[in-house]
Design a protein around this ligand. Structure first.
Ligand code: ASP
Length: 311
């Protein structure tokens, strides 16, 4: 039994440079991050599990139009929203994931239901939608997910073969895959990640976020990890599990393992982005190799930290 508990969340990493946003917009991001953080932290404080805390924190981020997950998801090449999410319980190694889902307000809740109410780990496309229907999920209209800036980002590249991270759009970019990792008072860890993917994505493209061991992983023996960044590179780097392996098999600390993966291994293959991680003692690491990452963290004995830029 550990008495330390902690939570960290992210809202995407990318070209986040000081002065790029208005003070008002920056404040809006910080409020959204703070609300999600406190939602998760309050649950941990009242003795709830890490799984409950990461689910509710991610739901709060999905409900905010500021982030590329749930409401505010990016547009596909067909002008739709196709969302991916995954969740993992570090105590049992149970996991659930969904991909290419449409009209679902909180994809992370559906991923959790796959984990808890199906015999499978990963459901995609029509199958995931059939499962959602069976579980009684209402379908939101496209208008619920619409965001004017995301629409504009799509308009700029929709006639090309390109797809892009909402992270890397130049000026007034809204960034945003979301994630949460937590360690509860029993020392159990969990991770949850949710995304709209990449603007103008096509061909049934699936990124790292719903892939267990890539964009999301949790294991009490090592850590819980949620990633954000250029998904294709994260897939090739098997990023989340790589962090876990460096701790388990090489004895690295949480911070050193995270730094090695993000600043060396991922950077070496050309990947950009970051991750958030906790271990079962409540330690937190928040590395990224981009200009910034929307991030927040809080332990049982420290005040909340809410940051956007590198320094
Ligand atoms: N990793 C996500 C993906 O490739 C994008 C992101 O982090 O914003 O789908």
């Amino acid at each position: 039994m550990s008495s330390n508990y902690s939570i960290a969340i992210h809202g995407g990493a990318g070209t986040l440079v000081k002065g790029m946003m208005t003070a008002k917009k920056e404040a809006a991001y910080k409020i959204a991050l703070s609300d999600a953080l406190e939602t998760g932290h309050n649950l941990l404080r009242s003795g709830k599990t890490a799984i409950q805390a990461v689910t509710e924190a991610v739901k709060a981020l999905e409900d905010s139009p500021l982030f590329n997950a749930g409401k505010g998801s990016v547009f596909t090449s067909e002008g739709k929203h196709e969302m991916d999410a995954s969740i993992m319980d570090g105590k049992t190694l149970n996991a659930g994931a969904v991909s290419l889902v449409t009209g679902i307000k909180n994809p992370i809740a559906l991923a959790k239901d796959v984990m808890e109410h199906s015999e499978h780990v990963f459901l995609a496309g029509n199958g995931a939608m059939q499962f959602a229907e069976k579980m009684g999920y209402p379908l939101e209209q496209a208008a619920y997910f619409y965001d004017a800036l995301r629409y504009q980002q799509w308009q700029e590249i929709k006639d090309s073969d390109h797809f892009q991270l909402d992270h890397s759009a130049k000026k007034d970019a809204k960034f945003g895959t979301v994630g949460a990792v937590a360690c509860d008072i029993s020392g159990n860890v969990a991770a949850a990640t949710s995304t709209g993917g990449m603007t103008n994505k096509r061909y049934g493209r699936i990124g790292d976020s719903p892939l267990i061991g890539v964009g999301n992983y949790a294991n009490n023996k090592t850590c819980a990890v949620s990633c954000t960044g250029s998904g294709e590179f994260f897939i090739r780097g098997v990023v989340a599990y790589d962090v876990s392996c460096l701790i388990e098999f090489k004895g690295l600390s949480l911070q050193n393992a995270c730094n090695e993966v993000i600043h060396n291994r991922l950077a070496d293959i050309g990947g950009d982005g970051g991750l958030i991680a906790v271990d079962s003692k409540g330690n937190i690491a928040l590395p990224f190799n981009t200009e910034g990452m929307y991030r927040a963290s809080k332990t049982n004995n420290e005040e909340a930290t809410i940051l956007i830029y590198d320094s």
